[in-house]
Design a protein around this ligand. Structure first.
Ligand SMILES: NC(=O)C1=CN([C@@H]2O[C@H](COP(=O)(O)OP(=O)(O)OC[C@H]3O[C@@H](n4cnc5c(N)ncnc54)[C@H](O)[C@@H]3O)[C@@H](O)[C@H]2O)C=CC1
Ligand SMILES: O=C(O)CCC(=O)C(=O)O
Length: 528
């Protein structure tokens, strides 16, 4: 069945076409983001949800999203998506981190000019027939200092354009490297210095607990008198009430805002001030940017739903479309080995060691680790998947250790997973054969050669004559056919392991009988 995607906000028709071309069924309902009840009613029918900013993907909505696998944000900010709730449900959240950056940076520059020359007010006055030539005295931006708070993608483009406009650019961003600052021609400074020196301040950080009210009343008071403030990032970065007071007192000469604490903003403390310019969250609204983000989000979502490739996910390691064919069999192997170890372990797991040897050590081991953790956790947590497993493992305090060795041994690649409990360590290793099938090659240090089968019996025993015959007879008498029988042992007479693939299932009674056979140490049913 083809995967189904719902587009619940207004997106370029390009997105619809791309989904169709890639074999994904698509429903375009651009006003649904504003209708929470209706959206909750139908979300259960979809594998993917493509949104802009109107749709709020809350934990409550996700409860109804029983088959949802991916949420794609055609844009950058994902503050309208409850990512921890999506992660807990194993739903990938992806965005398009670059598609609208230039457009948004250009909007910030446009707002800076609008402020410097009071263009919106001058336009309104002129069109009202007033010709108030003396009323609108602007300022030049050449040689002025622009303070950029948050110098990532958009902040970096704004800085680059401002340098071209002959401004001096200073930036506050704890994660901006000195090399990158030199590359984009900005002087890296602390916030206090930026506030003291900047003639214009432009904000380009996400809204986090650290950046909320980064321009507080106190910070605004430290600004140079006559500063002009531009916010094209997120409402809440500036204390709107404090800014209004500073505008009223004349300490701040002007403010241009595209984003507001409450959106849609129908009332706001800044509204009505003569030196304030506002736009309704138009930062990303150009034909080019909307084309970019629509195309990108549809490609990313279709790649995931159809091919399993993951890009620009905020809660899962990336898997490129190029690496997916080579990686996929190893993802399967890692999950099955994890599942094997998880099913064998009854007591609390305290830690997990993942060893990647040979070719597999050069692959995307973050994705493989996520798959292996899924396998380990699934016997206890049905709903866990590659998206949620790393977070669940962390939540449960499981120490996860990764070891990579590129030298090859007997096999081109070996993946070994060791589960640690308070009492013991138990490891299982596997590889992928040329036919793409995962195989078990080692259990507890004992060499084996077994395929994974849907129903298996795992028996450890003392290696004594007669065991195989007795086990075969017991299963045969119960009407259970043996499909494959793999054996391994430490040395003659020591610990041995039998891995038996069976048609049908062993019930609890029969398992007790296997357990009661002479020399059997442990018997377990396994399902893959
Ligand atoms: N108005 C609009 O329509 C649009 C708004 N945006 C918003 O613009 C913002 C920036 O987007 P990008 O540049 O793509 O993000 P980005 O992730 O490339 O850059 C953000 C920068 O903020 C910095 N940062 C984080 N915490 C900080 C702190 N406490 N102090 C100073 N700097 C800090 C980071 O180090 C990073 O360099 C986002 O909030 C995004 O949602 C993006 C597109 C359109
Ligand atoms: O989709 C939009 O119009 C808003 C864009 C935005 O805020 C973002 O990409 O973070």
């Amino acid at each position: 069945m083809a995967p189904r995607v719902l587009i619940s906000d207004s997106l370029s028709p390009t997105a619809v076409q791309i989904f169709k071309d890639r074999g994904v069924e698509v429903d375009y309902q651009p006003n649904l983001g504003k209708d929470k009840e209706k959206l909750a009613e139908i979300i259960g029918n979809y594998d993917g949800l493509a949104i802009r900013s109107a749709t709020k993907v809350t934990a409550k909505l996700l409860e109804k999203a029983t088959r949802l696998k991916v949420v794609g944000r055609a844009g950058i900010g994902v503050d309208n998506v409850e990512i921890p709730a999506a992660t807990a449900k194993g739903i990938i959240v992806m965005n398009t981190p670059f598609g609208n950056s230039i457009t948004t940076a250009e909007h910030a520059i446009a707002l800076m000019f609008a402020l410097a020359r009071e263009i919106p007010a001058a336009d309104a006055s002129t069109q009202a027939g007033k010709w108030e030539k003396n009323k609108f005295m602007g300022v030049e931006i050449t040689a002025k200092t622009l303070g950029v708070i948050g110098c990532g993608n958009i902040g970096g483009i704004v800085a680059d354009r401002a340098v071209g406009l002959k401004m001096r650019v200073i930036a506050f961003d704890p994660f901006l490297s000195p090399e990158r600052a030199i590359e984009i021609g900005v002087e890296k400074v602390e916030l206090e210095e930026l506030l003291r020196r900047a003639d214009f301040i432009t904000l380009h950080t996400p809204l986090t607990e650290k950046t909320r009210n980064i321009l507080s009343a106190e910070a605004i008071a430290k600004c140079k008198k006559g500063v002009r403030i531009i916010n094209c990032a997120r409402g809440g970065l500036v204390d709107e009430v404090a800014l209004r007071a500073a505008l009223d007192s004349g300490h701040v000469a002007g403010a241009a805002f595209d984003v507001f604490v409450e959106e849609p903003a129908t009332t706001n403390p800044l509204f009505g001030h003569p030196n304030v310019v506002c736009t309704p969250h138009l930062g990303a609204s150009t034909t080019e940017a909307q084309e970019n983000v629509a195309l990108q989000v549809a490609e990313q979502m279709a790649d995931y739903l159809v091919k399993g490739a993951v890009s620009n996910a905020l809660n899962m390691p990336s898997i490129t479309a190029e690496e997916a064919p080579r990686l996929t069999p190893f993802v399967k192997l890692a999950e099955m080995i994890g599942s094997f170890a998880g099913q064998l372990t009854d007591t609390d797991i305290t830690g997990i060691r993942l060893e990647y040897e040979g070719d597999v050590a050069t692959m995307n081991t973050r994705a493989l680790t996520a798959a292996a953790l899924t396998g380990v956790l699934k016997p206890q947590l049905e709903t866990v998947n590659m998206v949620s497993a790393p977070a669940v493992a962390k939540e449960r305090g499981l120490g996860v250790e990764e070891v990579r060795r590129e030298e090859q041994g007997t096999f081109d690649s070996v993946f070994r997973l060791t589960v640690k409990t308070a009492k013991q360590e138990r490891s299982v290793a596997g590889t992928v054969f040329a036919d793409g099938k995962p195989r078990i090659v080692e259990i507890k240090g004992i060499q084996m050669d077994a395929e994974f089968q849907p129903s298996m019996l795992y028996v450890t025993n003392k290696d004594k004559p007669g065991f195989i015959g007795r086990l075969g007879t017991l299963l045969g008498d119960a009407g259970i056919n043996i499909a494959t029988f793999a054996l391994g042992r430490q040395a003659a007479g020591e610990d041995a392991i039998a891995l038996v693939a069976i048609d049908g299932a062993v019930d609890a009674d029969l398992l007790d009988k296997v357990q009661a056979l002479p020399n059997v140490v442990q018997a377990k049913r396994l399902r893959f």
